[in-house]
Write a protein that binds this ligand. Structure first.
Ligand code: BJW
Length: 232
């Protein structure tokens, strides 16, 4: 059995079969909402009610969702692989944790968090957030979902670059490769000597950067890959 360090990047595609919509697939979230309205600091400044409504609905939907066989397989990999397994997720749902994964970095934040735009205080998000909610630390009515919008710096980046440089295997699952810096992780890992694998429904825009690929629904191809990895 391999003792190597595995870094896994996940995107919206891994949660699609749990009933959570992706962004860029046909009928996805960006077909229903303008990115600049709901996923930028400027959009939030212009219309906080609209943005809170968008995230309140997604928080409620995500709370009811259950992890699927792909999330469960990654939790099994973490539990049984003799080396280190790290999940870096772009997803704001908690399905990796619900499946039992412990070593998870949420680079685009989480629906479970609230953030004060004035003093940067963080606290657990209530089921619904509103523009007049007050920050429990500084009292400002500047509360927002603790998620990363376009033009903002994703979280944990120093740690993530370090883990990518040390990875023996890098796997990207269910992500289109359209959004940076996550889109550049495959090149960073490959430069450090990692074997790179794309597991996706269909080839992403970064497909030529990967050494190995497998296409199909995550609930099929991720458990298959985990079984293969644990028997190496
Ligand atoms: C299945 C499946 C199944 C379906 N089984 N698979 C020009 C060049 C380069 C970079 C830039 C540029 N201009 C601007 C930038 C930077 C910008 C960027 O990347 N823009 C691009 C549009 C070009 N990036 C940023 O701004 C980032 N910050 C940054 O760079 O900081 C540095 C900096 C800061 C300040 C100044 C200057 C520099 C921040 C990006 C934040 C992204 N935020 C969002 C919203 C998060 C909160 C929320 O959830 O609402 O993150 S946008 C959205 O996209 C979300 C996702 O995490 C992210 C990625 O989407 P993902 O997960 O890949 O989903 P999809 O829908 O795209 O793909 C789904 C995939 O699944 C597909 O491949 C399907 O085939 C597959 N699939 N069903 C398996 N069943």
């Amino acid at each position: 059995m391999s003792k190597d360090k595995i870094v896994i990047l996940t995107g919206a595609g891994i949660s699609a079969e749990s009933g959570l919509g992706t962004f860029r697939d046909e009928g996805g979230l960006w077909a229903q909402h303008r990115i600049e309205d709901v996923a930028t600091p400027e959009g939030f400044h212009r219309d906080p009610d609209l943005v809170h409504g968008f995230y309140n609905a997604r928080r409620a939907h995500a709370a009811k969702a259950s992890p699927n066989a792909a999330h469960t397989a990654l939790a099994q990999l973490e539990a049984e692989h003799p080396g280190n397994v790290l999940i870096v997720t772009q997803n704001v749902d908690a399905l990796h944790e619900k499946a039992g994964s412990k070593n998870v970095l949420h680079m685009h934040g989480t629906l479970a968090g609230a953030l004060c735009g004035r003093c940067d205080h963080r606290w657990p998000a209530p089921p619904e957030m509103h523009k007049d909610d007050l920050c429990p630390a500084c009292g400002s009515a500047a509360t927002r979902p603790d998620v990363v919008w376009f033009g903002e710096m994703p979280y944990h980046m120093d740690d993530i670059w370090t883990h990518l440089a040390q990875a023996d295997t890098f796997v990207a699952i269910g992500t289109s490769g359209e959004v940076y810096p996550a889109a550049a992780f495959v090149q960073e890992a490959a430069m450090g000597g990692a074997h790179t694998i794309e597991l996706n429904l269909e080839p992403s825009t970064r497909v030529s950067d990967f050494a190995e690929t497998c296409f199909g629904p995550a609930t099929r191809i991720v458990p298959d890959w985990v079984t293969q990895e644990l028997s190496r």
